[in-house]
Write a protein that binds this ligand. Structure first.
Ligand code: NAD
Ligand code: MG
Length: 310
């Protein structure tokens, strides 16, 4: 299903992710014009449009019959993961903020076009009890749960610590790391051996950009949480890993995730010379979700266009 607001992204139609190709020019080096959206922003309002895999992700049956809950899956990386999981044969429950209903409906249409179930779970992850509710509702809607992707995130750039409002500081920690603890804890009673948990962290966990003190601190915490929990759950047969994206063109960026004037240069300083598209993250999540990564635990898989990591 393609609605009008998403119809002008044909320039991103590309070969699928399994076709031999040069990663330098798989996608154009975009120069997004200066633009602004109120948080949380919509994919349908972005210029240029991103590729979330609707035309390009080809499934190969690697998650047949699996049941996944993905937070922040209306847009960006989460949407690309939801689309890929459905094409790999999984049913998917997606959480997002009520203001993102139109983006979520678009993702739901693509999941259902694959003949898979889409469960929509709008609501705010700063609410601790809602973090438990989405797990219960996902289990009920999907008939079980064996993949959890903690992907929702909040990122607001601030020039100085003095300009960082306490409300932002608290909300960034609530959404990025506290909700991750709460949702994962609630999910554990439902996860059988073989289940997988994947947390979205970031390259900034190691780079510590001076304008992202709060956000980058949560991403470092996510790496640590992933490695510790990975050890705790391995004997139970539940694997925990993380994916660390580099600069990816998603609504997080034009909603004050970056200073506006830096958007035209977004992603150009990577060794590949371009920003990543959300669907370029999807194979990493599929790999970590599927049984083929059975001996991979506590790993942070960097998908960042070549930026060096520890
Ligand atoms: P995005 O804006 O598409 O996704 C973030 C999602 O988080 C939103 O769609 C929203 O549904 C959700 N969210 C935010 N606050 C919420 C709240 N209070 N309650 C419920 N949901 C809430 O952007 P994205 O870039 O795809 O972000 C996905 C993840 O990737 C985030 O964890 C982000 O930190 C991470 N990441 C992104 C980049 C990048 O360059 N885009 C780089 C590194 C890491
Ligand atoms: Mg969104």
């Amino acid at each position: 299903m393609t609605d009008q607001t998403h119809a002008d992204d044909a320039h991103l139609e590309t070969t699928d992710q399994l076709t031999f190709q040069n990663p330098v020019d798989r996608y154009p080096a975009i120069e997004p014009p200066e633009q602004h959206q109120e948080e949380p922003g919509l994919d349908s309002e972005m210029t240029p449009k991103s590729d979330r895999g609707e035309h390009s992700y080809r499934g190969t049956g690697r998650l047949q019959g699996r049941k996944a809950l993905i937070t922040g899956a209306d847009s960006g990386i989460g949407a690309a993961v939801a689309i890929a999981f459905a094409r790999e044969g999984a049913d998917v429950a997606i959480n997002y903020l009520p203001a993102e209903e139109s983006d979520a409906q678009w993702v739901k249409g693509i999941i259902e076009a694959e003949g898979r179930t889409a469960v929509l779970l709008p609501g705010d992850l700063t609410d601790a009890s809602f973090c438990e509710t989405i797990v219960t509702d996902a289990v009920q809607g999907l008939g079980g749960l064996d993949i959890l992707v903690n992907n929702a995130g909040k990122q607001i750039a601030r020039e100085s610590l003095e300009e960082l409002p306490d409300e932002q500081l608290v909300e960034t920690f609530q959404v990025n790391i506290l909700a991750m603890f709460r949702i994962t804890k609630a999910a554990l009673q439902h996860l059988q051996p073989g289940s997988t948990i994947i947390n979205t962290t970031s390259v900034v966990a190691y780079m510590a950009p001076p304008v992202l003190l709060d956000y980058a601190s949560t991403k470092a915490a996510i790496n640590n949480f992933t490695k510790g929990l990975g050890q705790q759950l391995a004997p139970k047969g539940i694997r925990v890993n993380a994916v660390a994206p580099g600069p990816i063109w998603t609504p997080l960026q034009p909603t004050d995730g970056q200073p506006k004037e830096e958007l035209p240069e977004f992603g150009k300083s990577t060794p590949l010379g371009r920003a990543g598209q959300p669907t370029e993250l999807a194979p990493a999540y599929v790999f970590l979700a599927s049984p083929e990564s059975s001996y991979v635990i506590g790993e942070t898989l960097n998908v960042n266009g070549g930026m060096p990591t520890p």
